[in-house]
Design a protein around this ligand. Structure first.
Ligand SMILES: *Cc1c(COP(=O)(O)O)cnc(C)c1O
Length: 236
């Protein structure tokens, strides 16, 4: 299938999932997860109408910025694990960082954003499946971290992000999406409204984005369904 056809199929599936849930399709953002994709593939996706690119690795982000591969996209997001010592390569170069999960990382982002005299939009990543192998703040520690984010001058808390465990059957992650939506609503209510504007709930990937939309996602991160299967690790 052509890139254009795959993109339109995903956009249509998003719109239908939104309508089924009684939601406005325009309220859901598609973020293309571009990890391992070439400059040319990214350019083709943008030419076909992809507006938001989500990058996982700092090295790939820098390479694609260098070669201007995102030209024409409205936004670039950072969606992968971010190490504190790489913050300077990301802050101010992307519209939204999805994966903030510690006070240490928050402070490093705030400091670099202050240095650049800007405000960096961020999401807090929640380890909703409480998996050892995954990043994200544990649900019990979320409120304190959100309060810390809201107290910072150069960080704007825009919402929450989650990567639930791999789902082996349709609907397997529904309960995680429901929990995330509740955490989102609760955190929204508890934070000072003049200090943060939480409007983004980033959850749902190729295998489960329709389910995520049914349960309140405002942004879905889709890789495989747009770009096809990725090469196995080691072959890249
Ligand atoms: C790769 C990736 C995605 C997209 O995964 P697919 O299953 O290929 O759609 C979404 N979010 C993050 C953080 C990713 O790393």
């Amino acid at each position: 299938m052509l890139m254009e056809d795959r993109l339109h199929a995903v956009q249509e599936a998003i719109a239908q999932a939104a309508r089924r849930a009684g939601r406005d399709p325009g309220d859901i953002t598609l973020c293309g997860a571009t990890k391992t994709q070439s400059d040319d593939t990214i350019r083709a996706a943008i030419a076909a109408g992809l507006q938001v690119c989500g990058e996982n690795r700092v090295q790939e982000l820098c390479a694609h910025l260098e070669s201007d591969a995102y030209a024409g996209a409205e936004q670039v997001h950072f969606i992968g694990h971010l190490q504190t010592n790489k913050v300077n390569k990301v802050v101010g170069r992307v519209e939204l960082i999805h994966s903030v999960d510690s006070l240490h990382l928050l402070q490093a982002i705030d400091k670099q954003a202050a240095r650049l005299a800007l405000v960096q939009d961020i999401l807090l990543q929640v380890n909703i499946g409480i998996e050892q192998s995954k990043g994200g703040v544990e649900p019990e520690a979320l409120e304190a971290l959100a309060a810390a984010a809201c107290s910072m001058e150069h960080v704007r808390l825009r919402g929450l992000m989650a990567i639930p465990p791999i789902a082996y059957e349709p609907g397997a992650n529904t309960h995680y999406f429901v929990k995330m939506r509740q955490l989102f609503v609760d955190t929204q209510a508890k934070m000072p409204h003049n200090r943060c504007s939480m409007d983004c709930l980033s959850m749902g990937m190729s295998g489960d984005f329709e389910d995520a939309i049914a349960h309140g996602a405002t942004l879905v991160r889709v890789g495989t369904a747009l770009f096809g299967p990725r090469p196995a690790p080691g072959q890249v």
